[in-house]
Design a protein around this ligand. Structure first.
Ligand code: SF4
Length: 351
């Protein structure tokens, strides 16, 4: 793609309408283009047979529609979770995951190539940030998951893959709106969740969007000191600020938030920490997901024993009825929480 070519895949219908108006075409061409791009999954303008030949020729020269290459896929023999390694035109690679059960198919979506937040338990954080994905690239990633999941319908999305979605706010929101739109991918907003490491400004901004998406926060520590030690992002986005942004989100959207808590042996799994977590969650409409840590290569941490994790859960349940222990999926193929990583050179080291 030459730099002057405009990528149509990340465009809203309104933006497509402006684009077709600028090139002297009637407005309905935007709907036709959206249908080819999102519903029919066609990116070759020459094949868009209901467009006039002159327009097809012009689009070939002036426009583009992002398409990724599926470099590899790997399926868990334990639970059928599937991890895709996708490559974009510039050689950047990301991982995306399909989680299936009898009721639903969920896509776990990456929003950045790497991540700059450096959470100490995360394989992506160890890569650093290479670059943001564009809205077009995120939409294409979701479409690659949809292609791969077929004939089953991809009906849930979690923005929980590589990267911090709220650190790439515009592109992520642009992709969410296209994924949600009836002229786009038609996935209900309530079936999407944005997972953040706790970027307070991003949470406040998301609260003001007219969107019914769910919010999950990767909390992982109930005290400021501990959270700073394992998640550097907590230095600026302190727990009191995070707590008040979450309250604001709940009040603005009427939606409960999810607190994700990864149990790290000997780090955040004591009874005192269970109590501190309960205090953080008290009076906040929320549910808590407890997840046992997934080991990554060169890891600083280990998962707690089953009995320790059970004790933490029991203690928390005394005051927080909405806590659930979530099973991590796809851990045998490094597709579990915090395990995703990819590079230009290859699928990356596996543990
Ligand atoms: S947990 Fe999320 S925010 Fe933290 S380093 Fe990993 S990808 Fe980035």
């Amino acid at each position: 793609m030459t730099p002057e070519r405009v990528d149509l895949k990340g465009m809203s219908l309104e933006r497509l309408e402006r684009f077709v108006a600028e090139i002297g075409e009637p407005r309905y061409r935007a709907t036709q283009l959206a249908s080819w791009l999102y519903e029919k999954d066609v990116t070759d303008f020459g094949s868009m047979t209901n467009l006039p030949a002159a327009l097809r020729d012009r689009l070939e020269v002036e426009a583009a529609a992002c398409r990724s290459k599926l470099v590899a896929s790997e399926r868990s023999s334990i639970d059928g979770t599937e991890k895709l390694l996708l490559e974009y035109e510039d050689g950047s690679r990301i991982e995306a995951v399909i989680l299936e059960d009898e009721e639903r198919v969920t896509g776990c979506v990456s929003t950045q190539v790497g991540c700059r937040l450096g959470c100490t338990f995360c394989a992506t954080g160890a890569m650093g940030l290479d670059r943001n994905l564009s809205a077009a690239e995120i939409v294409e990633e979701i479409m690659a998951l949809r292609r791969h999941a077929a004939p089953r319908r991809l009906d849930n999305l979690v923005f929980m893959g590589m990267g911090e979605p709220l650190d790439n706010y515009e592109a992520t929101l642009g992709a969410i709106r296209i994924a949600n739109a009836p002229w786009g991918l038609g996935i209900g907003a309530r079936r999407m969740a944005v997972s953040t490491a706790g970027l307070v400004e991003g949470i406040r901004r998301l609260a003001r969007e007219d969107l019914q998406v769910n919010l999950a926060v990767s909390l992982n520590a109930p005290t400021q000191k501990l959270r700073e030690a394992i998640m550097p992002v907590a230095r600026r986005n302190t727990l009191p600020k995070l707590r008040s942004a979450l309250q604001e989100f709940v009040e603005a959207t009427g939606r409960m938030v999810t607190l994700e808590y990864v149990l790290l042996a000997g780090v955040n799994d004591s009874q005192e920490e269970a109590d501190a977590l309960a205090r953080f969650a008290s009076e906040l409409p929320c549910k808590i997901n407890l997840i046992c840590y997934n080991r990554i290569a060169g890891a600083l941490y280990a998962p707690p024993s089953k009995s320790k994790a059970d004790r933490f859960l029991r203690r928390l349940r005394e005051t927080c009825p909405t806590v659930v222990r979530r099973l991590s999926r796809g851990t045998d193929i490094s597709a579990g929480c915090g395990q995703l990583h990819a590079s230009r050179d290859g699928p990356g080291e596996r543990d």
